[in-house]
Design a protein around this ligand. Structure first.
Ligand code: MG
Length: 347
């Protein structure tokens, strides 16, 4: 598709950049130049997408890989309460991949970028003999003093999630079971949740603008794993009620037990929904929908200690972080790198 690097760069230039007063120079010079908005802070995040760990060529079409690579970064910006602005995309492209693949990768990425007003202002591409590795750096802006952090939860705060949980893990399960995309409408919808996750940027901005959340983060590695990170940052504990969990809806032909759906909701990764806490007083009057997104109360913040899970019959268990064990192996062929290490703070 591309005969030379400069042809590729021209193609990128014509698709990548949206006009905006903050952008002074996009792709084409040695570096990009940006003028930040007055009274705002800059949010910076970077996310790796590694073949064999985050995607595999037999389950994820190139457009999905591009979409997901950017969605992960935008979700982190949403979690901080920011408005996403710019992205830089670097790819170490496997020699096994074609020119069509990289064009489709960018199609998926640009489509998401346009919808959220994000300009791709730079990056780098190299072809190499190894696996394909993508790194997306994204920037966002938040009004000074309005950023949401993981560390603000207080004892008694109510815990909320935005949207249903476990949908991405369910979609992946279906893909692994050999369910083909394009067969039935309900199946496609379930698989699309995995292939094309929607970062909750509007909700993140709404929460921070209106000072609704005392703490927030995005769910990338599963509720049981991510909630523990939020609790550690806040120095608190938490209690989750299974009866309150908004479970993913499986298509009729793909039957799962309630327990299986609960497991996906608790431990399934890559949902990219926002997890946030709200003071008890504010929680009482919180509408069921915020910024067009249905929000669900799933539990409450407790004193520091182990996370607890309250079953429907009232039995109490420890909620252990099982996101990593369950979804460690993301492909059939390739042993992935360790993804859910606690030291990777911005995952
Ligand atoms: Mg995150």
């Amino acid at each position: 598709v591309f005969k030379s690097e400069s042809q590729f760069v021209r193609w990128l230039q014509s698709h990548a950049t949206l006009a905006g007063s903050e952008l002074r120079l996009g792709i084409g010079d040695d570096a990009a130049l940006v003028r930040p908005l007055r009274g705002h802070e800059l949010i910076l995040t970077t996310d790796l997408s590694v073949e064999g760990t985050h995607f595999s060529s037999d389950m994820h079409p190139a457009e999905s890989v591009g979409h997901r690579a950017l969605a992960r970064a935008l979700s982190d910006i949403a979690a901080m309460g920011g408005k996403p602005k710019f992205a830089l995309v670097s790819i170490a492209l496997s020699r096994r991949y074609s020119g069509e693949w990289i064009r489709d990768f960018y199609k998926g990425l640009f489509r998401l970028a346009r919808r959220f007003g994000v300009s791709v202002i730079g990056g780098d591409t190299a072809v190499h003999p190894g696996l394909t590795i993508v790194d997306v750096i994204a920037t966002g802006e938040v009004q000074y003093g309005r950023v949401m952090r993981r560390s603000g939860a207080n004892v008694g705060d109510q815990i909320f999630v935005a949207g249903r949980l476990g949908g991405s893990a369910l979609g992946l399960k279906m893909l692994r079971a050999g369910t083909k995309h394009g067969s039935r409408e309900t199946q496609d919808a379930a698989i699309n949740v995995h292939l094309f996750p929607e970062p909750q940027c509007r909700l993140g901005e709404f929460l921070s603008k209106n000072r609704i959340a005392t703490s927030a983060m995005d769910l990338s590695d599963g509720l049981s794993t991510d909630l523990r990170r939020l609790c550690e940052a806040s120095g608190v504990g938490a209690r989750i009620h299974t009866s309150l969990l908004p479970l993913a809806i499986a298509p009729p032909r793909f039957r799962l037990t309630l327990r299986e759906l609960e497991r996906l909701a608790l431990h399934g990764g890559e949902d990219y929904k926002l997890l946030f806490t709200v003071s008890p007083r504010r929680a009482r009057s919180l509408p069921r929908k915020l910024a067009g997104m249905e929000v669900f109360r799933v539990g409450e913040i407790t004193k520091a200690g182990a996370l607890a899970l309250v079953r429907d019959d009232g039995r109490k268990e420890r909620l252990l972080p099982q996101g990593y064990d369950h979804f460690r192996c993301r492909t059939k062929r390739i042993e992935p790198l360790r993804k859910h290490g606690p030291s990777f703070g911005s995952s």
